[in-house]
Design a protein around this ligand. Sequence first.
Ligand code: URA
Length: 228
Amino acid sequence: MSRPAVPLEQIRAQVEACTKCPLADGRTQTVFGDGDPHARVLIVGEAPGKKEDELGVPFVGAAGKYLNQLLELAGLKREDVFIANVLKCRPPSNRDPRPEEIQMCSDFLRAQTRAIDPEFIVTLGNFATKFILRTDVGITNLHGTLQQAGRFKVFPIFHPAAALYDPKKRNALAADFTTLGQLLEAAAKERAAQGEENADGKDAEPEAADEAATSISPDDVAADAEQE
Ligand code: URA
């Protein structure tokens, strides 16, 4: 049974008040996430960096500028998507998130996912991908492959910051964002065709399929990942 969605602004207030883990002590401010609250695409990064901690907005540093360019390859603008992170506070010196921090922060991403109810979740890098897909398979193997988590289509891509250090990843990032654009277009066409079929009164089967899809709780994504 899926729980009712909590409004995003209510989740934001909970994030701002959070002191569940020691990362709260070192933050300038929390970084809740940013973008269209009804986006088709939820982008999930790892954790705020220095600039994000200063400004309270995700992906505003060098990796963020690069992300904005990559989004264009998918036919998307930043304001079309919602961008959030697995962690809402900056780990000291940008170290990797720790399992207990991910676990304590996971309720927020789960709630955000339910509220936004995106069609696609794009996971950037290992932490977001392993969290959302509940897998130990790394991003090198999964990037550019369409996955499913509950009722969400999940598309893992290298973290843009990885390409800042390893320019060889740039081709893969460009190819994967281009593929994302194609997947979005194909899914939109499929939905339009489905709509036309329904309008023709040929919708007995799609209704059943829909029922099956929604019986998979939206919680499944991050909820399941909670057990990571
Ligand atoms: N890297 C992330 O994963 N998230 C940000 O918000 C910025 C950099």
